[in-house]
Design a protein. Structure first.
Length: 211
């Protein structure tokens, strides 16, 4: 059920879960349980949870209908679902800046509408359709526009962004690749300030309830 983007998210989420487990152990938190699984098909117990939260993760569901149905069954009546998802790419300075820099004159890569990825849940109508179809009620989307932090300084942010978007360099000649990296570094440097490297971002805070 996972495409290439979903496979990447699967790997990253496993690493995050492992880190969370180590931190809980280091800080002496005995009542936190961490489990790595696919929310689309994981055998959750019916009504086992009061609250389900996803922070920029649900956008990578290969089958969001199946995922939200499965999660809904795991939430008790009266329980809540809370999601943080990206608004469309054009409202997020960070992705437009990175894509433009790395494209070196080519048309920036655009994901297919609704395909798994950072902006797959950017359309409020699609979010409402998916969640009401899964039986959620009291659905709300709230605009959240805050600077997004990418690193302490230009070098720190540059390494992070290349790890995040480096696949867009595939197919470039050596001179094109050099120009792309120079353009990316220049963009990052112009966004460096006292609080590190920041770009504008826009998200939806989505809340819903189980009847």
């Amino acid at each position: 059920m996972r495409d290439q983007g979903g496979h990447w998210a699967w790997i990253v989420s496993r690493q995050m879960i492992e880190l969370a487990g180590r931190r809980a152990a280091d800080e002496g938190v005995p009542n936190a349980h961490f489990e790595h699984g696919d929310a689309q098909v994981h055998p959750f117990g019916a009504g086992d949870f009061d609250l389900a939260i996803s922070r920029t993760g649900a956008m990578f569901f290969a089958d969001p209908e199946a995922a939200f149905d499965n999660i809904a069954r795991a939430i008790r009546p009266g329980g809540r679902l809370v999601l943080l998802v990206c608004q469309p790419a054009q409202h997020n300075e960070w992705i437009t800046a990175f894509s433009t820099a790395l494209a070196v004159g080519r048309a920036p890569q655009q994901p297919a509408p609704g395909a798994p990825g950072p902006f797959s849940l950017g359309d409020p109508d699609r979010v409402r359709s998916l969640l009401t179809g899964a039986g959620y009620v009291d659905l709300r989307l709230e605009d959240r526009s805050e600077p997004m932090y990418f690193g302490r300084n230009t070098d720190d942010a540059f390494r992070f962004v290349i790890g995040l978007t480096g696949s867009t360099l595939d197919g470039l000649s050596a001179p094109e690749r050099a120009r792309a990296l120079d353009a990316l570094r220049a963009s990052i440097d112009t966004h460096r300030g006292d609080q590190g490297v920041r770009y504008d971002s826009a998200t939806w805070l989505v809340t819903a309830a189980r009847p």
